[in-house]
Design a binder for this molecule. Structure first.
Ligand SMILES: *Cc1c(COP(=O)(O)O)cnc(C)c1O
Length: 395
């Protein structure tokens, strides 16, 4: 089995098939023509590639899916229009009305909304659980539990879950484990070795890597991949071949980008830990993080996304700090080449646990800029906060 960097360079392309082209070309089509009516009328298996109609994908889609499946170490991957739809089809593949779903309290907020607003009215009992529950999940499993959903670490609050313990308890009762692995990417984690049955990626983030496309993937095992592909087809999801092409191109540099971004993120995070305006840095790669040992055990690296709890301050001071940064764009998403900042509002999305940090929190994504410039930018902002707080004290 080649190592991940070699797979990134070679998976999902076949120059001999495409006139020597290094990259699998963009195939645009709706209609697929057959040589005879007998061939057209022959029964089409759900796994059939090439397919009978463009909605089901093109060779560009399949090349991307094949590369993702090999990286994840799963049986097959399916591309979806975005990361959220990848979560939805995973849930809908395994859940049936009358079943019970265990959802991590740290899960991506729009996934929670889908569960509460769409699944619950169709007779699925949604129960949120403490992401740090570990083997204790066994006590929450019921005869009708249809799935356990994880997101580790949580992409706002960074709790690291004990996935192998959760998977062991779930599998003992035949229950599949679904995980949103967008933070780890297949480069920093091998989900199927940890016991995950559905590995979900918002390819919009690191796989695309350039903040210019929307795509999602679900990779699963021999047992689930046919029902998964069928679900995607029943929901009529199709993905643009251009986005599949761009995502596959992004994948080629995933390793170098992630290694560089992790190195820069560690530097920035360590520097922030030493600042008096900072209360805590929530980054699993830091030895101070409560999930650090689990992270070391289950991951090969850390994405460049973490949160920082600041010392208490006014909303105006926080806004002044965020607005004043030069290199940190204010915006959703992450995983691109550029640095970003948002203010963390996690408390409204909590059911089983609380999120009440000692001060306001910001989430940083560290891009490919020189970390010296990012640190200088943050330093100006934090110095400004301290100066304002000092003036208020003495004024
Ligand atoms: C962004 C994100 C998603 C959703 O991906 P989209 O492509 O934006 O739909 C899902 N999970 C996590 C953790 C994310 O950060």
């Amino acid at each position: 089995m080649p190592k991940p960097d070699t797979l990134l360079a070679h998976a999902g392309r076949d120059p001999e098939k495409y006139a020597g082209m290094v990259n699998t070309p963009v195939f645009r089509t709706s209609t697929v023509i057959y040589p005879t009516i007998e061939a057209y009328d022959a029964p089409h298996d759900v796994s059939l590639k090439p397919v009978s109609y463009g909605r089901q994908g093109t060779p560009t889609t399949f090349a991307f899916e094949e590369a993702v499946a090999r990286l994840e170490g799963g049986c097959q991957a399916v591309a979806t229009p975005n990361g959220l739809s990848a979560i939805l089809v995973s849930l809908l593949t395994v859940l049936r009305p009358g079943q019970h779903l265990l959802m991590s309290d740290s899960a991506y907020a729009p996934a929670r909304s889908f569960c509460n607003r769409r699944l619950a009215p169709f007779g699925i009992d949604i129960e949120y659980y403490d992401p740090l529950i570990g083997a204790g999940i066994a006590g929450l499993l019921r005869d009708n539990t249809g799935a356990v959903f994880c997101e580790s670490p949580g992409s706002l609050t960074f709790e690291v879950q004990d996935i192998p313990a959760i998977a062991a308890a779930a599998h003992a009762r035949g229950i599949p484990v679904l995980a949103d692995n967008t933070w780890a990417t297949p480069y920093f984690q091998s989900p199927f070795e940890l016991g995950i049955d559905f590995s979900i990626q918002a390819g919009t983030k690191y796989i695309g890597g350039h903040s210019d496309l929307m795509i999602g993937t679900v990779t699963t095992t021999e047992r689930y991949w046919k029902p998964l592909r069928e679900t995607v087809r029943d929901f009529a999801y199709s993905v643009s071949p251009d986005d599949c092409y761009l995502a596959l191109r992004g994948l080629r540099t995933l390793g170098v980008r992630l290694r560089q971004q992790m190195q820069s993120a560690l530097r920035v995070a360590q520097w922030l830990e030493g600042r008096p305006e900072v209360s805590r840095v929530l980054y699993p790669a830091l030895p101070s993080h409560p999930g650090h040992e689990l992270w070391r055990r289950d991951f090969r690296g850390a994405a460049a996304l973490f949160s920082v709890v600041l010392k208490p301050m006014s909303d105006a001071a926080l806004a002044g700090f965020v607005n004043g940064l030069r290199y940190f764009g204010i915006g959703s998403s992450w995983g691109g080449f550029e640095s970003l900042i948002t203010v963390v509002h996690a408390e409204p999305y909590r059911t089983a646990t609380r999120w009440q940090p000692e001060g306001p929190a910001v989430r940083l994504h560290i891009g490919l800029e020189d970390p010296d410039d990012l640190i200088a930018d943050l330093q100006r902002g934090l110095d400004g906060l301290s100066a304002a707080a000092g003036a208020a004290r003495h004024g």
